[in-house]
Design a protein around this ligand. Structure first.
Ligand code: NAD
Length: 444
């Protein structure tokens, strides 16, 4: 396959890594040449200026982006990130991942991503609102309920989505809730959206855990940790990040009777081999904004990733397991709740050490799945109960987790390659249905 890189930028490109994952999936998936050619480059890359009147009267202009990667399976979908590091390379790589995440979950969407290169911590709330509204003003012609549907991402939230949908509706002179998901409930948001990422990841874990144990029985001559790394049959878990996704994940694990033996946030990491009191941690975190130091034994945050547990759950940042520390990871499996927590070069080291990675595009796809439910509700004018959202989320996550597992087993590849291959096959089916070189040649 030809290189994915579109620029001659000498810095290491995230987008080149994206190409490596596509190449691995293409070796397994039934995929037409047309599809690979189509996926080599994003469909459109929009770069805009976002001028903002600051509170002191001065004007500042921020670079904004919106990339639509591929829309063959439906309107494109993807979050908006406000972060100083946002650039074209990052946004188009994230748009590519969204294309595969939506296809892997069989959602009728393509992939997109957007963002502004800005440090929101330097802005007042009023400046943030002006920034959000002006960004929508700049990209309004490129988005829409049948075109491209943004959502929250790093440093954007329901409040920001509320401003954005309001701005879009003002521009279009029509209330258009389905143009953006992750909105406040009062503006057409969905019940269950705030817990969807962790809830979805937990369904994936519950679905795959018996299969992983079975595989261990068959393949692990040493019998290490067959009944839980604790040796007493209780599944042990360590979680990096105690925010929206991580804290909810800790709660679900504790409620299911698993032992949460370590957690961390940006301030500290704590462990207890008897299990931490997750409810007390959540209460302390919501009142003080940080994990209490006396919750357990305080450890170096790096050490959290090296605890001997059944499941390590990175739920904070990207690239936390790299070629530097991969050999020190002693978990039996890694559930990627964060986006991209295992660097591409660390995948192989983990696999060599018998550690299974449950990939982000499957594990954290509960968020975009409930975003899809929100869009469906907005378009139908119906409101689903929390129970309906929860049931449909479970059905979707369990079904696709099984599909990924079976593809990995049938082709003897990692779950990551299988998840990409599943998405790639679905994208290829759609591309071919619009007419492919093979179809024209064979007269089909
Ligand atoms: P969040 O901001 O609510 O929480 C992030 C947590 O990580 C915070 O507790 C923060 O203290 C902690 N953290 C930051 N730096 C850390 C460090 N160096 N070590 C340990 N902890 C650290 O974010 P979130 O919504 O929970 O998202 C977490 C991850 O999940 C991100 O990678 C995000 O892209 C991914 N994700 C989230 C969603 C969603 O719907 N929330 C969906 C898909 C993927």
């Amino acid at each position: 396959m030809r290189s994915m890189s579109a620029t001659a930028d000498p810095r290491p490109s995230l987008f080149d890594g994206v190409g490596q994952r596509l190449e691995a999936a293409a070796r397994v998936a039934k995929v037409s040449d047309d599809t690979l050619e189509r996926l080599r480059l994003p469909q459109s890359v929009l770069k805009v200026s976002v001028p903002v009147r600051m509170d002191d009267g001065s004007l500042r202009t921020f670079p904004g982006y919106r990339v639509r990667y591929d829309a063959t399976r439906g309107p494109t979908k993807g979050g908006i990130r406000f972060h100083p590091r946002v650039n074209t390379d990052e946004v188009q790589s994230l748009a590519f991942w969204m294309t595969f995440k939506c296809a892997c979950l069989d959602l009728p969407f393509g992939g997109a991503k957007g963002g502004i290169s800005v440090n929101v911590k330097e802005l007042s709330l009023a400046e943030l609102e002006r920034l959000s509204r002006t960004y929508i003003d700049r990209i309004a012609d490129a988005i829409g309920p049948d075109v491209d549907i943004p959502a929250p991402d790093m440093y954007t939230n329901a409040m920001v989505m509320g401003w954005m949908v309001d701005e879009y509706s003002t521009i279009k002179r029509a209330q258009t809730p389905s143009v953006i998901t992750g909105k406040p409930l009062a503006l057409g948001g969905s019940l269950g959206r705030d817990t969807a990422t962790a809830d979805g990841a937990f369904h994936v874990l519950k679905t795959l855990r018996p299969k992983l144990l079975e595989a261990d029985h068959a393949g692990d001559a040493a019998g290490r940790g067959r009944d839980g790394a604790s040796g007493d049959g209780i599944l042990t878990v360590a979680i990096q990040g105690f925010g929206n996704a991580g804290a909810r994940m800790a709660e679900l694990c504790a409620d299911a009777g698993y032992r949460v033996v370590g957690v961390s946030d940006s301030t500290r990491a704590v462990r207890s081999s008897d299990g931490l009191n997750v409810a007390a941690l959540r209460e302390a975190k919501s009142s003080d904004g940080e994990l209490p130091a006396d919750a357990g034994e305080e450890i170096d945050p790096e050490e959290l990733l090296e605890l001997e547990v059944d499941v390590l759950i990175p739920a904070a940042l990207e690239d936390v397991i790299t070629s530097e520390n991969a050999d020190r990871v002693r978990a039996r499996s890694v559930l990627e709740v964060a986006n991209g927590p295992v660097a591409i070069e660390a995948d192989e080291a983990l696999a060599d050490n018998g550690i299974t990675v449950i990939p982000d595009i499957l594990a954290n796809a509960g968020g975009v799945t409930v975003s899809y439910f929100e869009w469906v509700q907005n378009r139908s004018g119906l409101r689903w109960s929390a129970e309906v959202v929860s049931e449909r989320l479970e059905e979707q996550m369990v079904r696709e987790a099984k599909n990924v597992w079976e593809l990995a087993r049938d082709h003897d590849v990692s779950l990551r390659t299988a998840a990409y291959a599943l998405g790639l096959e679905r994208i290829s089916e759609a591309v071919d249905a619009t007419g492919s070189a093979e179809a024209f040649r064979d007269g089909r």
